[in-house]
Design a protein. Structure first.
Length: 505
């Protein structure tokens, strides 16, 4: 069945035929043969026998690959095919680059395993609200018998498992720097995140610290404690927001809003229907269903002339107001951008405006996205807005624009696409068909033309001709290409290095 031919010194056909082949990573490609999974190397040799119900790629952190048996239980093997951990886990998660541990689920209980297969933190813990859990600066939140606590990297309990919940803990961002709020049996505690000392509070509610102040509630009214846990702003306000830039928005019994300082002084009177936190020296306020901005003295810097919907219509992870001295607002249903002085940087004519930091890009893998630009949408076309709030790149696009390696594709209304640099220069003309995965990776991008795929470099030079039915970008210096049912691995000179024997049935 096997054949070996010569094509510039190298073209090998695999001994076995495979139903499916994945790209190379760290010298190995995952393959499926007769419904079982294993790995081949770049010589086409099956170095991990196709006998697994499923197998994942080897982790660069642990050098282990997870696999499943017929009961879909997970275990681990090394690169020699030795079983390091027998299949006994119902779920496994990503290896942690900082700790070298992996979060695992065994018999419905959770813990952490190291790359030697040892459960450093045994699987005796409950599922948490944020499963999988992650270590942050050497500690991790866990849950046991329905109660939350905190462990260190050695599994030692540093905060007892007695709390109903932690507040101020963010799953993707970890623990707060100073104090975390914990709730137990209806009572609130502050936990010092340096000493792990717990401070019981007398309040009906205690909020996390912002700008050195924590919001608290007593008798259905809100106030604030300082970092010494002294009540420096009395609990007399109907509603309150977090401190920011030395002031906090509070509401009185008539539901009007004003601002207090850290000593509890009312520095901006109750004149507003709604009020947001200060950001870049400005706070968004609402009066008579219109939005404007005040400074810290209460002076109206930006007139009440914007749509009320803009008070809450903000994007992911952006503050309610200015960020980097810019703010997106709507006026008569159309969006624009102003600066902190109220100058219009982008005319109010766009259907929507979103910043690059408001979304994440997942094209089978996570990619970092430049955060210094926004996209303005008008009549189904997207325009690039720079960090000064102005459109400086002439090219619009009918599809999402995102810069990776300082390059993004742009597509016209006929779905013909080219590539631009972040400076605005068109480096590759509008000659390719739209393809979602046309993303540059280490200097190369897959492109589509007449329903066939090829690869180009950043100068637009064709590295692999657009003749393939399917094509992946270079991984381990080889691209996986398929044509008429046969899969090939091709090097950066466009030469076939490995042919996968295809079933002809």
């Amino acid at each position: 069945m096997a054949t070996t031919t010569s094509c510039y010194g190298k073209n090998i056909t695999t001994k076995y035929c495979y139903e499916k082949v994945w790209s190379f990573r760290n010298g190995l490609a995952r393959v499926e043969r007769q419904g079982k999974f294993g790995f081949i190397n770049k010589k086409g040799e099956e170095v991990i026998e196709c006998k697994y119900h499923w197998i994942n790629y080897f982790s660069s952190i642990s050098n282990l690959a997870s696999f499943t048996d017929t009961l879909k239980r997970f275990g681990f093997i090394d690169k020699k095919g030795n079983i390091i951990v027998e299949p006994k886990y119902q779920a496994i998660y990503d290896w942690d680059i900082n700790t070298g541990l992996v979060y695992v689920n065994r018999d419905g209980r959770f813990g952490f395993m190291n790359k030697n297969g040892i459960e450093i933190i045994p699987c005796i813990y409950d599922q948490t609200h944020g499963t999988p859990e992650h270590f942050y600066k050497g500690i991790v939140r866990m849950r046991k018998n329905g109660k939350y606590g905190i462990l260190d990297i050695n599994g030692k309990t540093v905060v007892d498992f007695e709390y109903d919940f932690f507040y101020g803990y963010e799953w993707l961002e970890g623990f707060p720097k100073e104090y975390m709020v914990a709730k137990k049996d209806g009572e609130y505690f502050y936990i010092n995140m340096k000493t792990f000392e717990t401070i019981k509070t007398p309040y009906e509610y205690a909020g996390e610290f912002h700008d050195g102040m924590g919001m608290v509630k007593m008798g259905n009214s809100y106030g604030y404690v300082n970092s010494s846990f002294k009540l420096s702003v009395p609990c007399v306000y109907r509603i309150a927001r977090n401190f920011s830039e030395g002031l906090a928005a509070v509401s009185d019994s008539s539901e009007k809003w004003g601002y207090v300082d850290r000593d509890g002084n009312l520095v901006i009177p109750f004149d507003y229907d709604k009020a947001a936190e200060f950001c870049n020296g400005r706070a968004m306020i609402v009066k008579d269903s219109m939005v404007g901005f005040i400074d810290k003295t209460g002076k109206l810097i930006i007139p009440l002339m914007y749509d009320y919907t803009s008070f809450t219509n903000f994007y992911y992870k952006r503050k309610k107001g200015f960020q980097d001295n810019l703010c997106v607002l709507s006026k008569k249903g159309k969006y624009g951008i102003i600066d902190t002085s109220g100058n219009i940087l982008l005319d109010f004519k766009y259907d929507n405006i979103s910043f690059a930091t408001d979304y994440q890009l997942n094209l089978s893998d996570w990619f970092p996205i430049s955060s210094n630009y926004a996209l303005a949408r008008l009549n189904d076309e997207l325009f690039i807005v720079n960090k000064s709030g102005k459109i400086t790149i002439a090219y619009s696009s009918s599809h999402l624009i995102y810069f990776i390696e300082n390059i993004s594709y742009v597509c016209d209304t006929t779905d013909k696409c080219g590539f631009i640099q972040s400076t605005g220069e068109l480096i590759i003309p509008f000659i390719y068909d739209y393809y979602e995965y046309s993303t540059f990776y280490k200097g190369y991008a897959v492109v589509k033309s007449n329903d066939k795929f090829g690869i180009i470099d950043k100068k637009g030079k064709i590295i692999i001709k657009t003749i393939y039915d399917d094509l992946s970008n270079f991984g381990d210096k080889l691209a996986k290409a398929t044509i008429e049912g046969t899969t090939y691995f091709i090097n950066k000179k466009g030469k076939i290095q490995l042919t996968i024997c295809a079933n002809t049935q």
